[in-house]
Each structure stands twice: as structure tokens, then as C-alpha cells.
Design a protein around this ligand. Structure first.
Ligand SMILES: Cc1cc2nc3c(=O)[nH]c(=O)nc-3n(C[C@H](O)[C@H](O)[C@H](O)COP(=O)(O)O)c2cc1C
Length: 382
């Protein structure tokens, strides 16, 4: 059996295979509510039969939205829609997961296809989308084009810890079995960790210990809200990839702390502290599996399960990463947009499912016949 198709257990939750659909914001929500687009997208990727589908980052405070299209988890009104997504995922046999987050100083952005920059007069004119000011570790803008955020006060920090706690509580209430805390890509929690975004002089800035303080407070609150049965993941930007930034050694030190708090798995991304994580100008060089070394290092040094993500598109590559012990789960992002049946096609490619048995019968019966596999004998009808 290919490693990719072996189960993996975290606390009381078992993924039927090692493939996770990476969280991918659809920028298509209204006031944080999901709609037909989300249910269609989640259905498509769930029908591909991954072990886990992670719903895109859902923001815990309205002011923490990256764009007007972000999914929300900041009020109980969002529960019904989120519950529908969790139900769809589970109905296809995958573990329903959700990422919760807060965009921090990267709020008030255009959707990628509407400019991918800060909101401005044209967005207000064309779509009525007015800009707002973010809150961050320090009043430093993402880059020269962006409005500086307001420096978070002690009261803001207390409010945000509580918002994360409530967000995690809602995630569980909506039926998700794995909750991931977004600490990557330059958003709020990443902005506290990285010395590039955090120049505070209080107990939350300066030393590594101090920069970790607020993210650890949030992690603790989320851990408590989830309860002991369900697993918790943290997505890190393992490195900033910039001079004077957060390093893999910092990620290792931080992951030790997260593990001690009860975090079960680290999802190893990178970049985004100054500019969008998916933009071409990031400093971390990109190639197939470019972030796998981070998942490998954290897994080895901290002895904690990891998720590898980033330009993993070939089943044999995903299989090799697992066999080499570099990660425990493989997250598929954009390749799942191109091929929502990626896990099923991987099972074919790796020889795990030569007869299309894993496919939904509505598709598999026909694809097997097309491939020349004879149908089972008529079972009779008595
Ligand atoms: C459309 C889109 C939306 C994304 N939204 C999120 C998100 O909500 N949270 C997150 O942590 N990463 C997000 N990412 C990053 C992906 O989860 C993934 O880490 C990245 O695309 C690299 O993996 P890939 O090469 O398999 O696409 C997004 C990526 C894309 C393409």
C-alpha cells in the first residue's frame, strides 16, 4: 500500500489517507457568509476523496478580514453555513477541517483578481468597498503601498484572544474535527512573531520569547476551546525568507512551545510578511516541494507531525516525501483547483485503485468500463 493512502490519526480523529486539501480563500463570501460557490467548491474537492478538506481561513473578527470576500466565523450567524460545509466534507468520507485567522495589518485588501493591493477609491466607486485600518503588532505597513495599521493595545489583545476562542468554539460547534490556527503569511499572529513586523517595546516585542507571547496566548485559548478530543493544527510561515526575519530555528523553538500547549501538528508554509504570500516576488525560492525541508526540520527537531505544502503536484513526489519521513500529511493547493479529483487520480497513478473502486460509483462505474474492466457478474435480483 502506498504511504499516501494509509490512515493517519490525531487524537480521536482518523484521516483515511494522507492528502489534505489546503485552505484556499475563495474571496467570494458576503459579510462572512458562505454561499453556493463555497458549497460547490467544497463538494468538488471532497468528491475527489482526500483524507481531509480544510476550509479556507475564516476570520474571527469582522475588522480582521483580508478582503470583503473573506469567510467569517465571528458571529453565531455564520454557524449554519459552516455546518453545511462540514457536513458535505464528512459525507464524502473526509475529515472536515477549518482554518481560523485574522489578517492583522493585511486587512482592507482587494481580491487578487481585482488588483491584489490595498483598497482604494476605485474599489469604493465600483463596488462600494471602503477601506479600513488594520491592527498589527506595530504601526508598520506591509509595504510602501499600504496604510500602516494601528498598534494593538493591551485591550485589543484581550479582545482578539477572546475572538479566537469564540471562533474555535464555533468551528467545533459547526462540526469541524480539526481546527487550524493561521499564524502564517504576514497576518496578525505572524506579525507578532516576525521582527520585521514587530518592533514593540512592551512584553510582546523584542526578544523571541516576547514575540511568541501573544501567539501562544491565542494558541492556548484555541486549544482550550477545542476540547481534548479534537486535534489542533498551526500553520506557520516557517521562514520569512528576508534578511533580519523569522528563521527556521525560530520556527523550531516556537513549535516546541506549541507542542507543549497541546498543538498536534504543524502546517509548514513560508513567506508573506511583506507582501502577499502567493505573489511572485517572495524571497523564498520556489520549486517543487520548496517548503518540504521546513516540514522535515520541524518534524525531526521537535518530534511533532507536520504537513508539507507548496508545489507538490505529482503523486510520486507526494509519496516520496512521506516515505522519506519528511512529513505526515501532504497538502494540495492549486493542483486541486486544476484537478479536484487529484487524490483519486493519485490512487490510480500509484496503482492503489486500478479498478476505480474509490471513485464515487456515479463516475467510477463508467470510467472502469471505459478502461476495459468488465462489470461484476449480475448479482441476481431475488
Ligand atoms: C486561491 C488561494 C487561496 C489561498 N488561501 C489560503 C488560506 O485561506 N489560508 C492559507 O493558509 N493559505 C492559503 N493559500 C495558500 C495555500 O493553502 C497553499 O499553501 C499554497 O497555494 C501553496 O500550495 P500549492 O502550491 O499546492 O498551491 C491560498 C492559496 C490559493 C492559491
Amino acid at each position: 500500500m502506498a504511504a499516501l493512502f494509509t490512515p493517519f490519526t490525531l487524537r480521536t480523529v482518523t484521516l483515511p489517507n494522507r492528502i489534505m486539501i489546503s485552505p484556499m480563500c475563495q474571496y467570494s463570501a458576503h459579510e462572512g457568509f458562505c454561499n453556493e460557490w463555497h458549497t460547490a467548491y467544497i463538494t468538488k474537492v471532497s468528491q475527489g476523496r482526500p483524507g481531509c478538506v480544510m476550509v479556507e481561513v475564516s476570520v474571527v473578527e469582522k475588522r480582521g478580514r483580508g478582503t470583503y470576500g473573506d469567510l467569517g466565523i465571528w458571529e453565531d450567524g455564520h454557524l449554519a453555513g459552516l455546518r453545511a460545509l462540514a457536513t458535505i466534507i464528512e459525507s464524502y468520507g473526509a475529515v472536515p477541517a477549518i482554518q481560523i485567522g485574522h489578517a492583522g495589518r493585511k486587512v482592507s485588501a482587494q481580491r487578487p483578481w481585482e488588483g491584489n493591493g490595498p483598497l482604494g477609491p476605485r474599489d469604493a466607486r465600483e463596488r462600494g468597498e471602503l477601506p479600513w485600518v488594520g491592527v498589527g503588532a506595530s504601526p508598520l505597513p506591509v509595504d510602501e503601498r499600504w496604510v500602516p495599521p494601528r498598534e494593538a493595545t493591551e485591550a485589543d489583545l484581550d479582545t482578539m484572544v477572546e475572538a479566537f476562542r469564540q471562533g474555535a468554539r464555533r468551528a467545533v460547534q459547526a462540526g469541524f474535527k480539526l481546527v487550524e490556527l493561521h499564524m502564517a503569511h504576514g497576518y496578525l499572529l505572524n506579525s507578532f512573531l516576525s521582527p520585521i513586523a514587530n518592533q514593540r517595546t512592551d512584553a510582546y516585542g523584542g526578544s523571541l520569547e516576547n514575540r511568541m507571547r501573544f501567539p501562544l496566548r491565542v494558541a492556548k485559548a484555541v486549544r482550550e476551546a477545542i476540547g481534548a478530543d479534537l486535534p489542533m493544527s498551526v500553520r506557520l510561515s516557517s521562514v520569512d525568507g528576508l534578511e533580519g526575519g523569522w528563521t527556521i530555528e525560530d520556527s523550531i523553538a516556537f513549535s516546541h512551545k506549541l507542542k507543549a500547549l497541546g498543538v498536534d501538528i504543524i502546517d509548514c508554509s513560508s513567506g508573506g510578511i511583506a507582501g502577499p504570500a502567493t505573489a511572485a516576488r517572495v524571497a523564498v525560492p520556489r520549486g517543487p516541494g520548496y517548503q518540504v525541508p521546513f516540514a522535515d526540520a520541524i518534524r525531526r527537531e521537535v518530534n511533532i507531525p507536520t504537513i508539507a505544502v507548496g508545489l507538490i503536484t505529482e503523486p510520486a513526489h507526494a509519496e516520496a516525501i512521506l516515505n522519506e519521513g519528511k512529513a505526515d500529511i501532504i497538502a494540495i493547493g492549486r493542483q486541486a483547483l486544476q484537478d479536484p479529483n487529484w487524490p483519486l487520480n493519485a490512487a490510480l497513478a500509484l496503482g492503489v485503485d486500478p479498478q476505480f473502486d474509490r471513485w464515487p460509483a456515479q463516475y467510477g462505474w463508467w470510467l472502469a468500463r471505459r478502461a476495459g474492466i468488465p462489470p461484476a457478474p449480475w448479482p441476481g435480483n431475488q
